[in-house]
Design a protein around this ligand. Structure first.
Ligand code: BES
Ligand code: MN
Ligand code: ZN
Length: 495
């Protein structure tokens, strides 16, 4: 799909569908619309066909005095300026409304929309990201692809200065492209999405963007390096574990590091998970997927930052060589871990990757992203990712970045009080902390491997995919939060 910005008058824009969003009661008809069009809309309001309610749409054919062949009215449901979440909801309704028409080209008038605390560049960026996000489909494995959208071109109509609008569109579509990559990886079935496949994708990405360097560490090499925790998980599968390290040097100085959990399927291992919904554990590599997606967005935008991005990939299977509850392993950091539950594997693969990235790259900040605990889903549901950090400033940067684009996080405690839940009678620590505060004790475990660096951990177990039913699918989160965070680091993200 092609996205564009234009400052043309809405009446002059040739498209199969012109979209106009209207407030509650449709009292604020944009004066850039021709009189005859405004009259027609007023008539629709008077007759009760359209009231500007949230998610309400009305499609009109052959609107008078417009070059577009259809006019799609969409309600905002608000009296005045919209909040961030309401605007993103509107963009979703617009995208779905247009897709339902079969239009091949569409344009959305943005000038009559106001979003609290944000300018028109923000509206173009998040509007384009929102539209692109909501036109995503995953049909790689479907024989019948006839449901594919007809839409080929989408134009955002704005009177914002052309250079600003273009830059905002480039940002929105780059983040959306990163989200689409993360969704593709997440949705891919686990028989075809395994650590070696992720290496193939990593190589393709490094080929696509010359600024990107890639290094891989095989399971064998990891063993030699002393990554006993990572290997104890990877060993339980026929498929080899893999670690991928991207380096993107768009600036000098110490890098920011991202580390993504890439368990391509989590059976639980010998501590086997129950069968219901186990298919969803193909999404246990969504932290890794978000790292791929963020790397893609950063490369597209050529951000002036130094970034190191690590994907730690393994399959958690109950093989003959799999870990047993009671096994003790030595991590790369030298600390020993008693594995009391083989289903708490994410922290085991992450701890070695966290140690490695600190030893090798001396980063100024490290952020790990992981579908780490079911407890996080209980605590925060599907709306916010849990944000843990040993540095209040880093936590704030991530929270603000998420707030800015509606990809929200919520702060969680990392108090020492919780640490003793990880005590083991035989090793330096256990890999589980008992039934209470499961997301927090998982974060506490990771904190023991990140003492000397500014570090944050995002538990995305609730936000990375939509569970169950027809709507099941990866969300591409937290690519927007991470990319906005890095844009701010690059000094290019201020609205
Ligand atoms: N990948 C899971 C976490 C998960 C479970 C995410 C369900 C989303 C939905 C992780 O590896 C896991 O199994 N965690 C265990 C930890 C427990 C054994 C301490 C969990 O949350 O049950
Ligand atoms: Mn698990
Ligand atoms: Zn897992």
């Amino acid at each position: 799909m092609d996205y564009a910005v234009s400052s043309k008058a809405p009446a002059l824009l040739k498209a199969d569908c012109l979209v106009v969003a209207l407030n509650k009661g449709a009292t604020d008809l944009p004066d850039t619309l021709p009189d005859a069009t405004r009259k027609l809309i007023s008539a629709c309001v008077k007759s009760g066909d359209f009231a500007g309610k949230k998610q309400q749409t009305l499609l009109l054919q052959q609107p008078p005095e417009l070059s577009a062949t259809r006019l799609l009215l969409v309600g905002t449901g608000a009296e005045g300026a919209l909040g961030v979440q309401a605007f993103l909801q509107l963009a979703a309704t617009v995208a779905k409304g247009v897709a339902a028409t079969g239009a091949r080209s569409a344009a959305w008038l943005l000038d009559n929309i106001a979003v609290k605390e944000h300018d028109t560049a923000w509206i173009v960026r998040e509007g384009s990201r929102g539209v692109a996000d909501n036109t995503y489909r995953y049909d790689t494995y479907r024989s019948d692809k006839s449901g594919a959208p007809a839409l080929k071109r989408f134009t955002f109509l704005t009177s914002a200065p052309a250079a600003d609008a273009k830059q905002a569109l480039a940002e929105g579509t780059a983040i959306a492209a990163g989200m689409a990559l993360a969704k593709d990886l997440g949705n891919r079935p686990p028989n075809d999405c395994h650590p070696d496949y992720l290496v193939t994708v990593a190589k393709a990405l490094a080929d696509e963007y010359p600024a990107l360097k890639l290094k891989t560490i095989s399971e064998k090499q990891a063993e030699k390096l002393g990554m006993g925790a990572f290997c104890s998980v990877a060993r339980g599968s026929e498929r080899d574990g893999q670690i991928m390290i991207f380096e993107y040097q768009g600036a000098k100085g110490a890098p920011v590091a991202l580390v993504g959990k890439g368990i391509t399927f989590d059976t639980g291992g010998i501590s086997l998970k129950p069968g219901a919904s186990m298919d969803e554990m193909k999404y246990d590599m969504c932290g890794a997927a978000s790292v791929f997606g963020t790397v893609k967005a950063v490369c597209e935008l050529q951000l002036p930052i130094h970034l190191v991005a690590v994907v730690v990939a393994a399959e958690n299977m109950p093989d003959g060589r799999a870990s047993r509850p009671g096994d003790i392993v030595r991590t790369l950091s030298g600390q020993t871990v008693e594995i009391l539950n083989t289903d708490a594997e994410g922290r085991l693969v992450l701890c070695d990757a966290l140690t490695y990235v600190q030893q090798k790259y001396k980063p100024s900040a490290v952020v790990d992203i992981a579908t780490l605990t079911g407890a996080c889903v209980v605590a925060l549901g599907a709306h916010a990712q849990a944000v843990y950090a040993n540095d209040a400033e880093l936590a704030e940067e991530l929270l603000l970045a998420g707030e800015d684009c509606g990809d929200r996080g919520w702060p969680m405690p990392l108090w020492d009080d919780y640490q003793e839940q990880l005590d083991s009678p035989f090793a330096d620590m256990a890999n589980i902390g008992g039934p209470k505060a499961g997301s927090i004790t998982a974060a506490c475990f990771l904190s023991r491997f990140t003492k000397d660096v500014s570090w944050a951990h995002l538990d995305i177990a609730g936000t990375a995919w939509v569970s169950g039913g027809k709507l099941k699918g990866a969300t591409g989160r937290p690519v927007p939060m991470l990319t906005r965070y890095l844009m701010h680091k690059a000094g290019s993200g201020d609205d």
